[in-house]
Design a protein around this ligand. Structure first.
Ligand SMILES: [Zn+2]
Length: 377
């Protein structure tokens, strides 16, 4: 086995990433595609961005006239979504902050969210998920040996954000996803369609004896209903403004007493155990390659620094890893042997179980064709 896989000469993606190709200069297809697709965000002048942002803010304000809120901002406690909330308020919007608590929040995340909404004077809606039911669903995903255990959180969070927007007649959900820090395409097989309600239900049915009672799932048809009947748009608003993570983190710390996490998405204890331990150990996937690679390709981090970072343990310390491991075992009610057994088992693809991915892809194709024939982009 090649223990030193070829690494892209521009970013840090390597030969182990599914579907990667290298050109004659040793530059990979991931960063090349990213820089091409995100041109409209990365190569736009500050003035052009400012104009686009103004236009967008006016639209949100107009659509929200006479309503309690004019937008929903989903907050996780992470830097990206926290910054969206700050900017929304500064730009004169009236956001409702929405958070989904799945029982795995780190204390840091709780602290960050509370400090932020308090000093901004923003209403916060927190959906606290039924823990017993959620644990059963997680257990089912582990028993199913599928890779995207976070599909559960992401799907429920999407559902809760859309439901709150619909409840208040809000047309805009402002999201923290952005091209500058996470624009590089997720490699096929590293995650799964986040709107796959059918997959969640099928795996739950197969591996648990309990039915889904309160889990706020969202599927393809729900999404299209929210989008076209309720007219709700999901906008990656950070793409409309200059966005430098280092700078923003400093601002959040200075102005809101924000406490940083060592890596992206580490605001949840499960997420950091999943990304920092389960994914690399069981699935041979290190998502830091994607996150750090995007920062390098977009010029926010040097390649040398990213490679040095990548060489370290995907945890702030070995002690933290052991702490999280114990926390995970206790919270899931697992023994060490159960974890070892799970880690040793082979991965099963999501589509080995019933899935609505083909339906989603068909709907997406149809939607794109309609937009194209209507002269849209
Ligand atoms: Zn590359």
């Amino acid at each position: 086995m090649n223990r030193d896989p070829q690494i892209c000469t521009r970013c840090i993606m390597d030969r182990t990433v599914p579907g990667i190709r290298f050109d004659s200069e040793g530059v990979c297809s991931y960063c090349t595609e990213y820089l091409e697709l995100c041109k409209h965000v990365l190569d736009v002048s500050a003035e052009q961005k400012e104009a686009k942002l103004r236009e967008f803010i006016d639209k949100v304000k107009r659509a929200g006239r006479g309503k309690t809120y004019d937008c929903v901002v989903g907050v996780s406690g992470g830097v990206d979504s926290s910054w969206v909330l700050v900017r929304a308020v500064e730009l004169g919007l009236r956001p409702l902050a929405v958070h989904m608590d799945n029982g795995w929040n780190s204390e840091l995340a709780q602290h960050n969210i509370a400090a932020l909404v308090q000093s901004l004077g923003v209403d916060l809606f927190t959906h606290v998920i039924d823990w017993e039911e959620y644990r059963n669903l997680m257990q089912a995903f582990f028993d199913a040996d599928v890779i995207d255990v976070e599909l559960l959180y992401d799907n429920a969070a999407l559902a809760v954000n859309y439901a709150q927007a619909a409840k208040y007649g809000v047309k805009y959900i402002l999201a923290g996803n952005n091209s500058a820090t996470e624009g590089m395409r997720m490699p096929e097989g590293w995650n799964w369609l986040k709107f796959d309600k059918k997959n969640i239900k099928a795996i739950a049915k197969r591996f648990t004896r309990t039915r889904i009672r309160t889990f706020p799932a969202i599927g393809t048809f729900d999404f299209f209903r929210f989008r076209f009947v309720n007219g709700i748009r999901w906008t990656p608003v950070l793409d409309l403004m200059p966005y430098n993570k280092e700078h923003v983190l400093g601002e959040l710390q200075r102005r809101f007493g924000y406490k940083p996490y060592p890596y992206k998405h580490y605001e949840s204890i499960f997420t950091r155990f999943y990304q920092g331990y389960i994914l690399p150990t069981k699935f041979n996937v290190d998502k830091r390659k994607l996150h750090l690679g995007t920062l390098v390709a977009s010029g926010q981090m040097t390649r040398a620094l990213a490679l040095a970072d990548l060489a370290r343990l995907p945890y702030s310390s070995e002690m933290q890893l052991q702490e999280d491991r114990q926390y995970f075992l206790k919270k899931m009610g697992w023994s060490e042997a159960a974890l070892e057994n799970y880690l040793a088992r082979k991965e099963v693809p999501h589509d080995a179980y019933p899935t609505e991915r083909p339906l989603w892809l068909r709907c997406e194709r149809t939607y794109k064709a309609i937009r194209a024939s209507a002269g849209g982009r």
